[in-house]
Ligand binder design. Sequence first.
Ligand SMILES: Cc1cc2nc3c(=O)[nH]c(=O)nc-3n(C[C@H](O)[C@H](O)[C@H](O)COP(=O)(O)OP(=O)(O)OC[C@H]3O[C@@H](n4cnc5c(N)ncnc54)[C@H](O)[C@@H]3O)c2cc1C
Ligand SMILES: Cc1cc2nc3c(=O)[nH]c(=O)nc-3n(C[C@H](O)[C@H](O)[C@H](O)COP(=O)(O)O)c2cc1C
Length: 735
Amino acid sequence: MLRKYHTALSLFAMIFLFIVACSGVVLSVIPTLHKASLVSIPNGTQNVATLAQSVTARYGQVSRMERNQYGDMVVYYQKQGVNAADIIHPRTGERLATYHPSAFVVWVKDLHRAFLLGNTGRMLAGMMAVIMTLIVVSGTFLLVRRMGRWQALLTPIKGTGSTRIHAELARFALLGLLLSSLTGVYMSAVRFGVFSNESYIEAPFPETVSGGQPMPVNRLPVLMATDVNALKELIFPEPDDLQDVYSFTTRNGVGFIDQSTGHWLQFVSLSDKGHIQQWITDLHTGEGFWWLGLILGAMVLTVPVLSFTGAQTWWRRRKARPVWDNNVIGNDVISAPEVLVLVGSEGNTTWRFAQELTSQLQQAGLKVQCTEMNQLTTHYPSVRQLFVLTSTYGDGQAPASASQFLAKLAHFTPDHMTFCVLGFGDRQFARFCQYAVDVDKALHQTGLLRFHNVSFIHRSSSLEWQQWGRSIRHETGIPLSLNAISAPDNTLALTLFEREDFGQDPTTATSIMRFQLSPDQTMPTFDAGDLLSVIAPHSTGPRLYSLASSNTDGVVEICVRRHAQGVCSTYLHRLALGDQVQASIRFNVSFRPHYTGKPIILIGAGTGIGPLMGFIRNNRQSCPLYLYWGARTKAFDFLYETELNICLNDKRLTQLHTVFSQDSAHDGCKRYVQDALLNDAVALLDRLENQAHILICGGKDMATGVALAINEILKPTSVDVDTLKAQGRYLEDVY
Ligand SMILES: Cc1cc2nc3c(=O)[nH]c(=O)nc-3n(C[C@H](O)[C@H](O)[C@H](O)COP(=O)(O)OP(=O)(O)OC[C@H]3O[C@@H](n4cnc5c(N)ncnc54)[C@H](O)[C@@H]3O)c2cc1C
Ligand SMILES: Cc1cc2nc3c(=O)[nH]c(=O)nc-3n(C[C@H](O)[C@H](O)[C@H](O)COP(=O)(O)O)c2cc1C
């Protein structure tokens, strides 16, 4: 949610913030550029009276002396009846240069403060300052979430590409951007009267003046007592007007001086609040602190880059979402559809098939609605035919977009439709297309009739898909001629750059393998628990490996056990550092822990520790997290030993329970991870009663043993593993 607000605000304000930032950077360097030509003198070396005397001696009719925003002393005078201004030396009053306020600077200021749009622009600029503050604050929380904790903000940032650049720059510029935007908000609020402007004060004009002969300016006591560095403005009285006065503004206040006595006639001093307001303005503009201006400028300079990299990341995420043409497919409700196509998918491949089916049905003149299975409503009075296309995930379970389907089916009224189910799966899994089978059965149980028997497609086979299309045409008369669906080419070239080898016997060894993406490719978005699909040369098909890393780690990390005569595992184990493999990411979004504060129980054996290690690394909120893990020997097979201990110390891991089957075999009784569970039964039951959820990763036999053990532990209660599965509290990644 936070990321949504951050992105929406940034995209909305992008162009305006770009203008404010670029003009702000230009304004911030001006004081520094000016510094080279600025003449300044130490305090106590000249007073205003003596300087005014030298200036009048040189220029004759002087109307005003002021210190401008860059610190120059400027004198305004009349020369042959024409107004002119010079920059003068603050001690001697000697002319240094003619003073011309730069038209460019005035233009940039107007652009920065009001987008050249007058009062409307000023309001817009104020709004942008508020938006910028919200972006910085939300960005800070996102950064902390990414780094895990506030203390980690200064530690190295992982990841690659634009996401990494975005995070690094955001961290560098955070304080500066916050200071600039907050002071900007405050200045706008003062400008529009939300707060009174106490840095701008005026003294009432004196009702009476002495009217005596003017005293020479170098003898006026107030001016003699004021250091030149405190002067902001001195307006001279009109010549020959004995009733006129000096108007004098210093850092401390403003007032009028009698030209005959040289004493204050009126004086209003700047309040503490006025001083603070002045200081806030100086902080924002960098005026008076040229170095601060430069630092803020460098930080503000990051805004265009942050906008660009942020937009790039947003676009990449958007592209990674399921792609469908809204006219043809999606979750839009179409009035009185005749055909309903429901889609169950996790990795999005099934959507591609559904899209092809939907457009062919539409070409056949039918009114079709295509939507995800979770969107099932209670009844569809106009629908005559229902197609369900679904994949299977986990160990025969529903994919993400169908996870609520069976529950919703309980409230479904069948009406007059007939249905058919098409399953997408992979014969490498024991429960091939099991979810499609379950859905077919459940729909039939509602009283619906099939117009075609449940069918299955192995590994997205185009051949099987086209065959299915032909048999639907044959049975329904709908003129379908389904096209082959090509898989999107999202193959990555990965280079092995690090490996850690475990195990005594090289033919069944296990390795932690870390790959890097080739520099010309963009790291796709993935998380620990997703899968790497590896294609070994001359193999029969891809093999899946559970990912231990996230894209933000900047590496692709898997744990691979070598199978004797196994094609892909042997190929991977024979890789040398620097070798490349072809692979792609397969999403497995249901296999994720929920860091809500409720206990998380991770159970695995052997390579199953891969994604579990990733989940532990990501537990930056320090949720109660317990790992039960089994392997062969402590001496040779203890994967991630050092990192697990680090996580125990920094509380990302609450408890670690390991079992080593070979080490425990000396008493003739090998112990496995399920024995560790039974040993800890009381604590586990307590956690499960506290709404814990369980994630299991590793081999099938281990998973079967674990399910038996958990059922044993749950015996005193009314729930079992199936109940936990139905509640989404028992997730498996089993192979
Ligand atoms: C969702 C999922 C996640 C997975 N995650 C991981 C993981 O994180 N780590 C991991 O290591 N694995 C994982 N796997 C398993 C992995 O995908 C492969 O199945 C495994 O590496 C074996 O592939 P292979 O090509 O080496 O074996 P294959 O060539 O496919 O052989 C399969 C089996 O047959 C045996 N075999 C082959 N030929 C012969 C022969 N002539 N005689 C006797 N036996 C033979 C092999 O030893 C092997 O056990 C996962 C699987 C799935 C489905
Ligand atoms: C983690 C995981 C578990 C899977 N489990 C099964 C399974 O139990 N049975 C099956 O037939 N296919 C299984 N598959 C294969 C998918 O169902 C198949 O690849 C399908 O085409 C994916 O479609 P989708 O991308 O639309 O979700 C699994 C795939 C993954 C990645």
